[in-house]
Design a protein around this ligand. Structure first.
Ligand code: ADP
Ligand code: MG
Length: 383
């Protein structure tokens, strides 16, 4: 049975790590090349899409337990119940679907769930699962109740996705042995595991897959006091002294995103050090944000550029996502997943069926006046 043994023996290409300590982004090298973001974006403080090396270094910043996990209260409270119930019944937790913009804690929560369940944790990302044997290679090594995390689950290939359906539902693997007329399918039982799937694009996940998740957690941007709490927590762990009003000011510019908050904190530590301040004071933060060209709403230069381009070249919109992406030199995915959610959340941009529109607030924020030819519909309609 060559097929059978090759997948049992074959080493899965997928980047699996089960030490529970990794930064868990699980991206394959290919994946990084494929979506290779522009230099500027990698360097950007506020761009939570691509984890920076230093994010991975700071394992210590990742909350380990639900108790340490700041914010997302309603979601967390429900999860605590489901986890306690599953543990009480000595069953695996139902499959868990995590959606939301980058940097809000999806990977972190997956690890927290494994920790709370006191189970193994395995991580991969959809683009790393190229062939069915890559998935089979992982699923045949999971133990009972393992938390198996697949990042970017909207990018699964159809063949892998079908295999996953059966694994999720029946805890079995369909495996084809042989070729041509003599080929037959055998079903191999696997331990009952918990799949945790994360995506920034919930809309792109097929409905048969979505329907197989028993629990859905939708992440929303963090409230100001929560972000401040995260900044103070991280400062404590990194042993950085930060004054309360400095943390508050920094929190405003963190776009409701923990990954951004942590990055800004590290940069402010650099500024404090170079400016010779003993701790991060409000003055250090003011100076630091100015130097990084981050404004009071937490927008970076490129965010403002996007708004400006819509206003100056497209009369405030509507402009289609594709056209806009080309105009601002981004791929559509980056524009939609990273830039737009926060601009929308801040009330600066609207997504409509005919394209993107800036709001009055965007004009005001940039200090630009609406000209006669500019559209006014953005503020009257929702879509
Ligand atoms: N609820 C939270 N409380 C404290 N820190 C958090 C929280 N969520 C995320 N973080 C921090 O933000 C960083 C990014 O989170 P991550 O889970 O990688 O985001 P995502 O997977 O959604 O892109 C983590 O390294 C962690 O330190
Ligand atoms: Mg992640």
């Amino acid at each position: 049975m060559p097929g059978y043994s090759s997948f049992i023996m074959g080493k899965a290409k997928a980047a699996t790590k089960s030490d529970g300590k990794n930064a868990g982004e699980g991206q394959s090298p290919n994946e990084k090349n494929e979506k290779n973001p522009p230099e500027e974006q990698v360097a950007g403080i506020l761009h939570p899409e691509t984890p920076l090396v230093e994010d991975e270094r700071d394992f210590s910043l990742r909350p380990r337990t639900l108790r340490e996990f700041v914010g997302q209260t309603a979601m967390k409270d429900n999860l605590a119940v489901f986890i306690a119930a599953a543990k009480g019944r000595q069953e695996s937790l139902d499959h868990l679907f995590l959606t939301g913009p980058p940097g809000l804690g999806k990977t972190t929560l997956a690890q927290v769930v494994a920790h709370e369940l006191e189970t193994d944790f395995k991580v991969t990302s959809a683009p790393a699962l190229d062939k069915p044997k890559d998935l089979a290679g992982i699923l045949t090594t999971v133990t009972e109740k393992t938390v198996f995390f697949i990042d970017e689950i909207h990018r699964l290939k159809p063949t892998i996705e079908e295999m996953l359906y059966i694994a999720m539902e029946d805890y079995e693997l369909d495996w084809i042995i042989g070729q041509g007329p003599s080929a037959r399918t055998i079903r191999i039982p696997i331990p009952s595991f918990t799949l945790v799937g994360a995506t920034t694009k919930a809309g792109n996940v097929s409905s048969p897959l979505v329907s197989r998740f028993g629990i859905t957690c939708r992440f929303s941007f963090y409230e100001q006091p929560e972000i401040e709490a995260i900044i103070r927590r991280s400062a404590g762990i990194l042993k950085i002294a930060i004054e309360d009003d400095a943390a508050a000011l920094l929190g405003v510019s963190a776009r409701g995103t923990p990954r951004v908050a942590n990055r800004l904190l590290r940069r402010m530590r650099d500024f404090a050090q170079v400016l010779g301040a003993a701790s991060i004071t409000r003055q250090v933060v003011e100076e630091g944000l100015k130097r990084l060209e981050i404004d009071a709403l937490g927008l970076e230069k490129h965010d403002r550029e996007i708004l400006r381009i819509i206003i100056e070249r497209y009369h405030g919109g509507p402009v289609g996502a594709e056209t806009l992406a080309i105009s601002v030199g981004e791929v559509v995915d980056t524009l939609e997943d990273y830039y737009e959610p926060y601009l929308i959340q801040s009330g600066l941009l609207q997504r409509t069926s005919r394209g993107r529109l800036v709001t009055d607030l965007a004009y005001k924020h940039l200090g630009l006046a609406r000209s006669q030819s500019d559209t006014h519909e953005a503020n009257g309609f929702l879509f």
